[in-house]
Design a protein around this ligand. Structure first.
Ligand code: ADP
Length: 319
């Protein structure tokens, strides 16, 4: 079974590990002062609380020109041990190196006495997780629109040898223009050139690939992100993740046995089913590569030219 020590479980609405006695690290983060002054003398005005994960709390921040950002705020008290510090520095280093229209833009990073702040482009329409919660299920053209953007961003990541390792609906945000932005590089890793693999067990139960559950002997690589694309595509079209259960151990058993089905009351096209089936292959080498995904017939279907904020509340009339 997968070790729990290194696993971070964060998606509020999705299955969780047994409640931990330990407090969330993010609860150590006190609300930042109303004016945050950086060491090089720039002032930011703190605004609304945007949300929290296991590690960070996020606030709106306004600079002196009135531009609004999101500040991921991590309490220094929560990064006392070396491992946590190394992880945060790795997240910053990787995220800072990325620039793509479908990746949350990294703006700056600074600290005061109490917190470290990661300043990011603001994504005011929340994530695909909240969208799905409101809409229950999306249409195939909408899902195609979103998947095209997600695949484009992951193609960019994999091209730079970055594995995200925590792709899930709650980590894919909307910018003001309803474009998707992949965020949270807290578990991301850069794979050195050559045939190396990663051996740390991490991820969120519903989205974990079977080879990660296999433990330290097999290792994992880029294919874990491809698996997560399959989980997300299924969830958007069916309304819940494919291996969903209240019991995390049941989720893991289902993942290891590829035990999922398409509910008969949900209309999912044969082309979508064929792609999901390949993405959720047990053997990572049988999954399509990021370049192969867009060649599937499902991507030849209709695609909306734009998505409007009305999408957040109801099914669009023409798709
Ligand atoms: P953690 O690494 O602790 O999981 P996240 O990166 O998931 O932290 O951020 C925590 C929460 O903050 C998210 O669930 C979301 O509600 C909010 N958030 C994160 N980034 C942004 C952003 N760029 N714009 C708006 N809200 C954000």
């Amino acid at each position: 079974a997968a070790a729990t020590a290194t696993r971070r479980v964060r998606d509020g609405a999705e299955a969780k590990e047994k409640p931990k006695k330990k407090e969330k690290l993010s609860s150590l983060c006190k609300t930042p002062p109303s004016i945050v002054r950086t060491r090089n003398g720039r002032d930011y005005q703190r605004g609304l609380f945007l949300g929290e994960g296991g590690f960070a709390r996020c606030f709106q921040m306004k600079d002196s020109s009135g531009q609004i950002f999101a500040a991921k705020t991590v309490a220094k008290a929560s990064i006392k041990n070396e491992k946590t510090k190394t992880k945060l520095l790795s997240e910053i280093k990787i995220h800072k190196s990325l620039k793509h229209p479908n990746i949350v833009n990294f703006i700056d990073c600074f600290e005061d006495d109490v917190n470290v702040y990661i300043l990011l482009e603001i994504c005011p329409h929340q994530s695909l997780m909240e969208l799905l919660k409101t809409r229950k299920v999306l249409t195939e053209p909408e899902t195609r629109f979103f998947m095209t953007q997600v695949v484009g961003a992951i193609k960019y990541l994999h091209g730079r040898r970055v594995i995200h390792r925590d792709l899930k609906l709650g980590n894919i945000f909307f910018d003001p223009n309803m474009n998707l932005k992949i965020g949270d590089f807290g578990l991301a890793s850069v794979l050195p050139a050559g045939d190396s693999r990663k051996y740390t067990i991490c991820g969120t139960p519903n989205y974990i690939a079977p080879e990660v559950l296999g433990g330290k002997t097999t290792g994992h690589s880029f294919e874990v992100d491809i698996w997560a694309i399959g989980v997300m595509m299924y969830a958007l079209l069916v309304g819940k993740p494919p291996f969903q259960s209240r019991d995390v151990q049941v989720i893991y058993e289902r993942i290891k046995n590829i035990d999922f089905a398409f509910p008969p009351d949900k209309e999912v096209s044969p082309e979508a089913k064929a792609l999901i089936k390949d993405l959720l292959s047990l053997n990572p080498l049988h999954r399509p590569t990021i370049d192969e995904i867009l060649q599937y017939d499902w991507f030849k279907g209709p695609i909306p030219s734009t998505i409007t904020p009305e999408t957040l509340v109801g099914k669009p009339r023409n798709v």
